[in-house]
Design a protein around this ligand. Structure first.
Ligand code: FAD
Ligand code: NAI
Length: 467
């Protein structure tokens, strides 16, 4: 049995793990990354961010070709080639995961293939697919094992008729009727993919609103936009069971507030009610790494309750997002290397990659009210933005929330065309603690959608100009 010594051994090769490994390599630390999948990249590259965005992009173009193109004077009759759509998705994912392998080589990171288990202080045992065991020694162990879909009693995921997000990325056909359980980000993104390709989509949500955590004005506008596209919402509804047969699924639900139960007949059901931290068979108990009631590993600047063991990404508290895992990774490794580092979770942006897209950063109006903080709001609709108008993409708005006294930007919430590419401007501004007036007095190119960012900031002091 070979024993190998490292400065840092990272368990998990997702955005948390691979970024930690690469940063460690850049800082001259001898690093190994243990990953049990056959490819690097974790949930995000293999079965999350990237394949979902590949399908969102392709299905958006299909929907545009089926409708909006005609408005622009382009008459086409698109025909769906689902196997090709899936193939291009897999090819893109393959190229991306190979890219991480290349970066590992470039930064002298060893990829140790297999399942990692902590067996004692500074010891990680790796069991390869063929059963071979290797023991690694490290001064620092970083847990980056990510998360997995949460389950729901009475709804057994079989990845055939009742699927989680992984199954929904590879359905063999366009469902006649797809029932989505959970009006969160996964349900609405993947629900949109199949809706655009022709499925009837019904979303069953426990709460009386969609996308909890999103500013409620934004969430209402978002729900209206999706409803206009034909998505059907059953809010305040509790799923009580789902029975799969060869042909479909009978799903029973009832109003949370009480009332009669009903049965929905679906071809497929997507269960998307959140994700839970993944720490199965990790040996946390051997070194005394504590977890909380929900299974997350509590950390203090990424330090766990055990000396020399750190944790980052989805497995710790905070938004379960790839770019947050990446921030954690860099900060954690820099702390290990003796540098100063921190992550401001208030400045982690959120994006929903539907059409229109939704993006936000900082505090919602509800949060500011709950904190008793006085704020001013400026809002600008895309109907008044010239670029959006000429492109026939006028749905949505930008809302800027600024401190009533200092004018510091506290939160920005937007829905509209490609707002995913625009939110970064406000992330930078907020990182530099900009006032809304700083944005309002910064020249933006014309005609662009980004002018809406400036106009909304101008709106904070009531001098919006474009119409
Ligand atoms: P993961 O990416 O989950 O990686 C953990 C890795 O650890 C896995 O590869 C796993 O195999 C490995 N592992 C676990 N245990 C062991 C062990 N004992 N030994 C060896 N290896 C182990 N986020 C965004 O920011 N933008 C998006 O657009 C987005 N889209 C998403 C779409 C979907 C459908 C899903 C499911 C998620 C999406 N996310 C998105 C969330 C994002 O994927 C996660 O936040 C991110 O992957 C978390 O990174 P991580 O490194 O913490 O964990
Ligand atoms: P989510 O937390 O975003 O939404 C889950 C939804 O399910 C909530 O609205 C919740 O109220 C509802 N719910 C919970 N229990 C329910 C029940 N029993 N019946 C009906 N509804 C129920 O979780 P989701 O969509 O699974 O996504 C998980 C995470 O993955 C996200 O929070 C996000 O961090 C990440 N993600 C990010 C993406 C992005 O950045 N674009 C894309 C996809 C996922």
């Amino acid at each position: 049995m070979a024993e190998t010594n490292y400065d840092i051994v990272i368990i998990g090769g997702g955005p948390g793990g691979y970024n930690a490994a690469i940063r460690a390599g850049q800082l001259g630390l001898r690093a190994a990354c243990v990953e049990m999948r056959v490819t690097l990249g974790g949930t995000c590259l293999n079965v999350g961010c990237m394949p979902s965005k590949a399908l969102l992009h392709a299905s958006d173009l299909f929907a545009q070709a089926s409708g909006e193109f005609a408005t622009l004077g382009i008459d086409v009759a698109p025909k769906l080639n689902l196997p090709q759509m899936m193939k291009q998705k897999s090819e893109s994912v393959g190229a991306l995961t190979k890219g991480i392998e290349f970066l590992f080589k470039k930064n002298k990171v060893d990829w140790i293939r297999g399942a990692g288990k902590i067996t004692g202080p500074g010891k990680v045992e790796v069991t390869a697919e063929d059963g071979a065991v290797t023991t690694l020694s490290a001064r620092n162990i970083v847990i980056a094992t990510g998360s997995e879909p949460a389950s729901l009693p009475g709804v057994a995921v079989d990845q055939t008729r009742i699927v989680d997000s992984t199954g929904a990325l590879s359905l063999p056909e366009v469902p006649g009727h797809l029932v989505v359980i959970g009006a969160g980000i996964i349900g609405l993104e993947l629900g949109s993919v199949w809706r655009r390709l022709g499925a009837k989509v019904t979303v069953v949500e426990f709460l009386d609103r969609i996308t909890p955590g999103m500013d409620s004005e934004l969430a209402k506008a978002f729900q209206r936009a999706l409803t206009k596209q034909g998505m059907v919402f059953k809010l305040g509804a509790k799923v009580t069971g789902a029975t799969a047969s060869k042909k479909g699924v009978a799903l029973t639900c009832e109003p949370v507030a009480g009332g009669g139960a009903e049965t929905l007949d679906a071809d497929y059901v997507l269960l998307a009610i959140g994700r839970r931290p993944f720490t199965d068979n990790l040996g946390l108990e051997t070194v005394g790494v504590e977890t909380d009631k929900r299974g997350f590993i509590p950390t203090d600047h990424f330090r766990t309750s055990a000396d020399g063991v750190w944790a980052i990404g989805d497995v710790i508290l905070g938004p379960m997002l790839a770019h947050k895992a990446e921030e954690d990774a860099v900060a954690c490794v820099e702390l290990i290397a003796g540098k100063y580092a921190h992550v401001d979770y208030n400045l982690v942006p959120n994006v929903v990659y539907t059409a229109p897209e939704v993006a936000w950063v900082g505090k919602t109006e509800e949060q500011l009210k709950a904190e008793g903080r006085a704020y001013k709001a400026g809002k600008f609709p895309f109907t008044a933005n010239s670029r959006a108008k000429i492109n026939h993409e006028t749905e949505g708005f930008v809302k800027v929330l600024a401190d009533a006294v200092t004018d510091e930007v506290l939160g920005v919430h937007m829905m509209g065309p490609q707002v995913s590419e625009m939110i970064g401007e406000y992330c930078v501004a907020m990182a530099f603690r900009a006032a809304s007036e700083d944005i309002a007095r910064t020249c933006h190119p014309h005609p662009t959608r980004s002018e809406a960012l400036r106009q909304a900031a101008m709106g904070v002091e009531g001098w919006t100009m474009q119409a």
